[in-house]
Design a protein around this ligand. Structure first.
Ligand code: ZN
Length: 155
C-alpha cells in the first residue's frame, strides 16, 4: 500500500513535469514565432484603427511615430536619423519588414500646401532610399484613408 502511494506520487510529479515542460516549449515557440516589423506612421490618432490592420497576428510592430510621417523624415537631415533608428531595431530584433505609411488629409502635408499626390510620391521616394541602406528588408508602402480607415498599397 505504501509502495503504491509512493508510485502514485511519483507518477503525479512526472505528469506535472511533462505539463510544465510542454508549457515552457509552447510559450517559447509562441514568443519566437512573433516577428517584429517596423511601422512608420503619423501620430494622427484618426489612423489608429487602420494601423492595427497593417500587420498579422504573428507580427508585433515597433512603431516610429511623428507628426507628418514620411514627409517629416524627408526634410533636413532626418532621414539619416530614421536610418539610425531602423538600424538599431533591425539589429536588436532581426526585423525583416518595414511598413511605411502616409494618410490622406495629413495636417503636416496641408501646412506645406501638399496633398495626396505628394504623399504617394514621398512613400515611393522613402522606400527607394531606405532600400539602399537596408536591401535585406522588405519595404511595404500604404496610403491610409483617414476617413474610412481603408489602406491602399503603394508600389
Ligand atoms: Zn498626419
Amino acid at each position: 500500500m505504501k509502495k503504491c502511494l509512493t508510485f502514485q506520487k511519483f507518477n503525479r510529479t512526472l505528469v506535472c513535469a511533462w505539463v510544465m515542460l510542454f508549457l515552457i516549449v509552447a510559450i517559447t515557440l509562441t514568443v519566437y514565432a512573433e516577428e517584429t516589423v517596423i511601422l512608420i506612421r503619423c501620430a494622427d490618432p484618426r489612423i489608429n484603427d487602420a494601423c492595427t490592420k497593417l500587420f498579422n497576428n504573428e507580427e508585433r510592430p515597433a512603431v516610429i511615430s511623428n507628426t507628418g510621417s514620411i514627409k517629416y523624415f524627408l526634410l533636413g537631415e532626418r532621414l539619416s536619423d530614421l536610418r539610425d533608428q531602423i538600424r538599431l531595431l533591425v539589429h536588436k530584433f532581426g526585423v525583416k519588414k518595414l511598413i511605411l505609411t502616409n494618410h490622406t488629409h495629413c495636417g503636416f502635408y496641408k501646412e506645406l500646401a501638399l496633398g495626396e499626390e505628394a504623399e504617394v510620391t514621398d512613400l515611393r521616394d522613402a522606400k527607394k532610399k531606405l532600400l539602399e541602406s537596408f536591401p535585406e528588408v522588405e519595404v511595404r508602402n500604404y496610403l491610409i484613408d483617414t476617413e474610412t480607415s481603408a489602406f491602399t498599397p503603394v508600389e
